[in-house]
Structures are given as structure tokens and as C-alpha cells.
Ligand binder design. Sequence first.
Ligand SMILES: *Cc1c(COP(=O)(O)O)cnc(C)c1O
Length: 401
Amino acid sequence: MEARDYIQLEEQFGAHNYKPLDVVLSRGQGVWVWDVSGTRYLDCLSAYSAVNQGHCHPRILEALIDQARRLTLTSRAFRNDQLGLFYQELCELTRSHSVLPMNSGAEAVETVIKTVRKWAYQVKGVPEDQAEIIVCADNFHGRTITIVGFSTDEGSRAGFGPFTPGFRIIPFGDAGALEAAITPHTAGFLVEPIQGEAGVILPPDGFLKQAREICTRNRVVLILDEIQTGLGRTGKLLAEEHEGIEADLSLIGKALSGGFYPVSAVLSNTEVMSVLHPGEHGSTFGGNPLACAVARMALRVLREEGMIENAARMGEYFLAGLRAIPSPRIREVRGRGLMIGLELWPDAGGARPYCLQLKEKGMLCKDTHSHTIRIAPPLVITRETVDWALEQITAVLGAGE
Ligand SMILES: *Cc1c(COP(=O)(O)O)cnc(C)c1O
């Protein structure tokens, strides 16, 4: 079979809820992926930062196979010999108080919404069914009805109502608006440290610190969605470290398994999570031994193989290289660590045609919000590969014509 045959099958039998680049991948190793005809590409998306550790990392693969041979699923009706160790290692690494494991990122978001609502009623004293959660415009937190209900992206929302009430939307990065939106019924503030899907949007310096202070003063739970920014992507284990703060609840997912398996978690730095009692929340696959074994190794290689430090170093190098490209098409280069956005001028004709040209040069990049190209390779990228990538980007976007 050739690429077009696989594409045709997807088109014929699949739901059309994605519009992928027409590259059919069949193999991956580190920062590289290969298509069915053997052409090699640099992966500059890393499955939306789920493969921070690089494709098919051999030690994570080994952990997956070992565990799959022994025990894969017990459900939480029984205990297993991986869950406690996963909790302990994750808490030690992130200096958290407790962990609630789920599978997808969206489930972790749903979990914190339930948790902070219950905390608001039982601990803060908000009248029943009146709890409010503040979120930001242009957020991306997943795809469930409740989550898209507080999205500001029409494409994500339109046609899916009625939505869950209880959310207020403020502009991203606006501490004054946060302060003004808080009422006695406010339970939590949910925010991404850097908005990834919105096009790698960084808040003003000091925003997270201000948000931390405002939340503490008003007894509002600060929830950071680090599903994309977490686990080394921005050059720190968690992006909150850039501003020296600690969220009350942090969400991680994506790279928690190094791309092998859906694993997400809610990390609690406070007693907020203790409002949940047996029978009130759960998931058949959440905390299963296979997920735990994979996640334990995914966290271990991140730390032991210096990937977070490499993300910081290579991110700085990549950003500097991109900023040095003379181009009439590039409006702004922004990012932190290896979470980089390349925004084009509106008259450049959109980001997608350039993503198609980069694909011809051997780089797989994703256009985001029509004018931004996202660059987020696995954290194991080397200086030589960054240099090579800069050459390709210069050839496509640099001066000329
Ligand atoms: C990807 C993502 C999610 C949703 O995760 P899924 O595993 O796709 O449900 C939530 N928040 C952020 C910031 C994300 O990037």
C-alpha cells in the first residue's frame, strides 16, 4: 500500500474531525519520524508535546513491555503494585501533596472542575450550585461538553450546546480582570501558563505571580493546566517555576507517558483534593498498572537524561536562530524552552502553505490559528539538528522573492 491508499481509507471510513497534513507515518525514533515510503522528517509537533522524551524511547518501551507481560489492568476495585510507587515518585518530583490519576487531559480538567466545586461548597461555604470558575479567553482545555462550553473558539463550541453553567471568562494575562471577576462564589481560576493551542501566547511577565497572590487573598483555588507546558517543555519541569509560584492544583498529561499511553493526573499541593471520597469520582483505566509503569519511566528518563535542561538550552538557541532569520514574512518569534510560535504577517498567505513547504524540506510543523507555525520538537533535539532545522526554515521563510 502507498500513502494515498492509507489516506483514502481514512477519508472513506473515518469521521472527518481532523485535517492532517498528508504524511502517513509508520516509524519514529527520537526526534525523527518516517513515512510509509521511507522519507524521514523532523517532528516539530511532538504530538502536541506528548512525546517530549522522543519517539519510542527505548527505556519507556522496555517498561511498557515488561509491565504488559505481568499485569495491565486491575481497576481501582483492587490495588496494584505500581500505583503507590507512581504516586510517591510523582509527588517527590513535583513536591506535591497528593495525586489523582486519569487518562486523557480532558478528564484531568473535568476532575479539577468537580474537585474545586465540591471544595467551594464543603469548605469555602459557597451556596449549593452557585460555584463559579474563572477561565481565560482563547483557552484550550480539551473537548468535553463542559470544557468546550467555556471555550471562546466558535469552531470548538458551535452546535454543541446547551453547555454547563458556572464559568466566567476574562482576558488572558489580565490580573485586573481576574481581581474584578472574583465574587464570594468564585471557587477556582483555571489557566494555562502559556496558551499553546491559541498560538503559543505568553502572558505578561509577573502575571502568574499576581494571579497566585490574588487567588490566595480571595481564597480562590489556582489551577494551572500544564498538560502542554509541563514536563520539561518550557525548560522547567513545570512552567510555574518560571515565576517561582506553586499552583494549588496542577494538571499534567500528554508527556506523562512519553507518548506511549494516555496518562494524566491532577497534582494537589493543598488539602483541596481531600473533599473527594470513595465512590465520588473515578475511571476504569485511571491509575492502571501499565499506565503507572510507563509514566514512572517517562518521568525518570526526563530527569536522568537531562531533557529538561536540554529543552532550556536548545530552546534558547532555537529562538535566537529564528529571530536572526531575515524575513519579510515573520512578524514575531516567541516562546519559552522548546515551545515556540512563529507568527507570520497576515498578508503572508497563512501558515499552512509554509507548513506544506517545510514538509517538502523534511520538517513536520503544525499551523495554529491560521498565521502561526508551532515549533515544538521532542526535548532530545541536538544542536546539529536545530542548525539543520534553521536552514530549512530559512529556505522556506527567509528573505527572497
Ligand atoms: C492537549 C491539552 C488538553 C487536553 O488533553 P487531551 O488528552 O487531548 O484530552 C488540555 N489542556 C491543554 C493545555 C492541552 O494542551
